[in-house]
Design a protein around this ligand. Structure first.
Ligand code: ADP
Ligand code: MG
Length: 297
């Protein structure tokens, strides 16, 4: 599965209290030493990663996410999407429910772990190379029905309701979708960055359905924007472009004192999608039912 940059990881959550009380049994069998599951006895599915219900948060992070942080610092754009029905563990795995500080370190999800690794890697790089510099920005968006809401710019939320938002989703000439008018907040350390995530989380639109007492009914996109400045001696190999090893021999003589300043911007998007369940299963009624159609339609 190396021919594509898309990887799919399956994480099975443990039975919750309600399911245990109802004597539910796990209906999945995980094939040992293969990223494969069996539903019932005959339907098998293969993924890039499979995490059984006893998997710790740290293992999910180390296997799937940690290598992506290295790619992100190299200059690649990365997106992680959490997909699944309400109550399946999307927010738990992403670690975006930062409503208090009572989450123990071992239960922290992907986002806080990724952020601390990111700053550790960047600071180490800066220590080694004083000409290296970086800036980190964050943005936090919510897509609720057809509305785009800037969670880090609450006045926009008000404007949004009156239809005066500056936020726009557009399509460029290459049919690439992009958004404009979103606040990007500069942060200097993991605590500040997670503070912004917490601030935005408080603004998120949540409501109750039968399946989860406080289920998120909106898509949330938390983005980390990394702007790096590298001053490279032209005699050195450009580490960023993954060049063939022999390029180091080419421009040696002329460029003794010359240096090249390169600026690289990369984005890491963490997306916590709204529940993927079909409408009839949630017993949602009225506006909530219409909402379900709009969100998953
Ligand atoms: P979703 O965001 O998909 O609606 P949540 O992340 O809110 O689901 O998870 C629902 C509940 O299940 C939460 O109380 C969460 O703490 C718990 N949970 C989810 N996954 C796990 C897991 N792997 N281990 C322990 N508890 C989990
Ligand atoms: Mg959730």
């Amino acid at each position: 599965m190396t021919s594509t940059s898309v990887r799919v990881a399956l994480r099975v959550r443990p039975l919750n209290n309600k399911e245990t009380l109802q004597n539910c049994n796990e209906c999945l069998t995980i094939i040992p030493d293969a990223p494969q599951i069996l539903i019932g006895t005959d339907k098998s599915f293969t993924f890039d990663y499979v995490f059984p219900s006893d998997t710790e948060q740290e293992e999910v992070f180390q296997d799937c996410v940690s290598p992506l942080i290295d790619k992100f610092v190299e200059g690649y754009n990365v997106t992680i999407l959490a997909y699944g029905q309400t109550g399946s563990g999307k927010t738990y795995s992403m670690g975006t429910a930062l409503d208090g500080s009572n989450i123990s370190p071992e239960n922290q999800g992907i986002v806080p772990r990724a952020i601390s690794k990111l700053f550790a890697v960047l600071n180490k790089r800066k220590e080694k190379n004083p000409t290296f510099d970086f800036e980190v920005y964050v943005s936090f968006l919510e897509l609720y029905n057809e509305d785009l809401i800037d969670l880090l710019n609450p006045p926009c939320r008000e404007n949004n309701k009156k239809g005066k938002s500056d936020l726009m989703i557009r399509e460029d000439v290459n049919s690439q979708i992009y958004w404009a008018g979103i606040k990007e907040v500069q942060v200097s350390d993991p605590v500040e960055l997670l503070g912004q995530l917490q601030k935005g989380s408080l603004c998120r639109t949540v409501a109750s359905t039968d399946m989860n007492m406080v289920s998120s009914r909106s898509h949330a996109i938390f983005s980390v924007i990394l702007k790096q400045t590298r001053v490279e001696n032209l005699e050195e190999n450009k580490e960023n472009d993954a060049p063939p090893p022999e390029t180091s021999t080419t421009s040696k003589r002329k460029s003794k004192q010359k240096s090249l300043t390169s600026k690289i911007t990369s984005k890491f998007h963490f997306v916590d999608l709204a529940g993927s369940e079909r409408l009839k299963r949630t017993n949602a009624v009225g506006d909530r039912a219409k909402e379900g159609i709009a969100i998953n339609g």
